[in-house]
Design a binder for this molecule. Structure first.
Ligand SMILES: Cc1cc2nc3c(=O)[nH]c(=O)nc-3n(C[C@H](O)[C@H](O)[C@H](O)COP(=O)(O)O)c2cc1C
Length: 199
């Protein structure tokens, strides 16, 4: 299968950070948007986290939701090239390790290379960062990334929409992260309504 030129190409990067459920929602949401083809690349640490967070087979099923699954060692994959028309990349969840490596300009695996390509080509790059607390050098590197054009989104969902489940808690954050890719047909993120104040 070849990427369709007429479709928007989106890359989801998955790191070895807690919160693989974010990636699952991201891929499920993107697969429901017409005219979008999804690529996924996961670090080896993501599989380690999957062993603790996912039911047997769940992680593999999640990866298979993407149209294209690239190995993290495939530095010749289409998404590694600046000439490939990628609409943007979301890394969810994003580990501190990957965020710091991106800030340092490293590109020695596909996830990092694709992130660097987004930065150099001025394409949307959203990092759903999952780590707390943060040290001063982490914050400095995150500022470097923000200055280079990345959107840093701490994986910190809001509670004001009164979620009744974990899925309802994280769905708005996933849609908010995807909104930075400006894809036509994406459902809008639910906004807090000032007319119905928090009780
Ligand atoms: C179960 C588990 C949970 C982890 N959770 C996090 C996390 O939430 N945030 C983080 O930055 N690192 C976390 N780590 C550590 C990363 O996996 C580790 O730094 C790894 O090198 C990240 O590699 P990657 O950025 O290539 O995915 C976790 C590791 C394990 C085994």
């Amino acid at each position: 299968m070849q990427p369709k030129r007429s479709d928007h190409q989106v890359l989801v990067g998955i790191c070895g950070a807690s919160g693989l459920i974010y990636a699952r929602h991201m891929l499920a949401c993107l697969s429901a948007v017409p005219g979008v083809q999804t690529h996924v690349v996961a670090s080896s640490a993501a599989a380690e986290v999957a062993a603790t967070e996912c039911a047997p087979g769940e992680y593999e099923a999640m990866l298979s939701m993407a149209h294209f699954h690239h190995g993290n060692d495939q530095l010749g994959a289409c998404v590694a090239s600046g000439s490939f028309p990628l609409a943007g990349m979301v890394i969810a969840p994003c580990s501190l390790h990957t965020a710091m490596a991106l800030a340092a300009g490293l590109a020695d695996d596909l996830l990092l290379r694709a992130g660097q390509v987004c930065l150099k080509e001025r394409r949307p790059l959203v990092l759903l960062l999952r780590e707390t607390p943060l040290a001063s050098h982490h914050l400095r590197h995150l500022a470097t990334l923000a200055e280079a054009g990345a959107t840093i989104m701490p994986a910190a969902p809001g509670f004001y929409l009164k979620p009744g489940s974990i899925d309802e808690l994280i769905e708005p954050l996933v849609l908010r992260a995807l909104s930075f890719l400006r894809l036509p047909g994406l459902p809008a993120a639910t906004a807090w309504d000032p007319q119905s104040p928090i009780q």
